[in-house]
Design a protein around this ligand. Structure first.
Ligand code: UP5
Ligand code: MG
Length: 205
């Protein structure tokens, strides 16, 4: 993908930080294509005939990271499809231009390196930060209705651990390149969105 045309914003933060919630709001406001790596993996897991179903299911339940080649491939296919589908639309997607929010990725150093080297360079990382208490409360509340196999206390604790050990170093990598904006996501959805909009306006305009 052409770095001069494609704007990629990574959206990171602990499990339940509000990545998906904020991305949905940005899609409405700014014509982003929102790609959640977790959603792509869950869709692939449920796709009939997928050879990766069991591999994805086990890793997600254990809060571990699915091998990077699987996730990278899914993202690349989804990005290409979005560019093809929206080409010519008069909303920032003309002539191969596109804007992507890549949510919950890269969460491990090898994914970050592979993406930078083989897909394109990101413009920015939005980093949603709050306490484990807030995260746990949100996830256990969502567990009542989400049907997600990893919304239980055992999986949540494993996800926290993977996040600290594997994902925080990725955030630090981009911090050292001055490409991270940290946003406190403890407030209401609307408060967090207002903080997000300020950042996005600066990047896009
Ligand atoms: N909520 C949101 N914002 C709120 C606010 N400000 N105030 C009050 N409530 C708020 O939000 C979570 C819940 O909180 C919702 O009920 C929401 O209404 C409420 P959400 O927006 O869904 O948070 P999000 O950060 O998206 O949480 P999610 O659970 O999706 O984060 P994870 O990072 O854990 O999940 P993801 O889907 O990205 O990954 C799942 C698993 O897939 C990983 O653990 C891993 O096993 C695997 N994976 C890979 O292997 N590789 C990848 O590259 C990506 C994922
Ligand atoms: Mg999510």
């Amino acid at each position: 993908f052409d770095n001069a045309k494609v704007t990629v914003i990574f959206v990171l933060g602990g499990p339940g930080a509000g990545k998906g919630t904020q991305c949905s709001k940005l899609v409405d406001g700014y014509n982003f294509c929102h790609l959640s790596a977790g959603d792509l993996l869950r869709a692939e897991q449920n796709r009939e005939g997928s050879q990766y179903g069991d591999l994805i299911r086990t890793n997600i339940r254990e809060g571990k990271i699915v091998p990077s080649y699987v996730t990278l491939k899914l993202l690349e296919i989804a990005m290409a499809a979005a560019l093809k589908e929206r080409d010519g639309q008069d909303n920032g997607w003309k002539d191969g231009h596109g804007r992507f929010l890549i949510d919950g990725f890269p969460r491990k150093m090898d994914q970050a390196e592979l993406f930078d080297d083989t897909i394109c360079l990101s413009a920015l990382t939005l980093f949603y930060d709050t306490t484990e208490k807030v995260l746990t409360d949100r996830l256990l509340e969502r567990a009542k209705t989400s049907g997600r196999e990893d919304d239980n206390l055992d999986s949540i604790l494993k996800r926290f651990r993977t996040y600290k050990e594997e994902t925080m170093p990725v955030i630090e990598r981009y911090q050292s390149q001055n490409k991270v904006v940290q946003i406190d996501s403890s407030g209401t959805i609307e408060q967090v969105y207002q903080a997000t909009v300020k950042v996005i306006e600066k990047v896009l305009y």
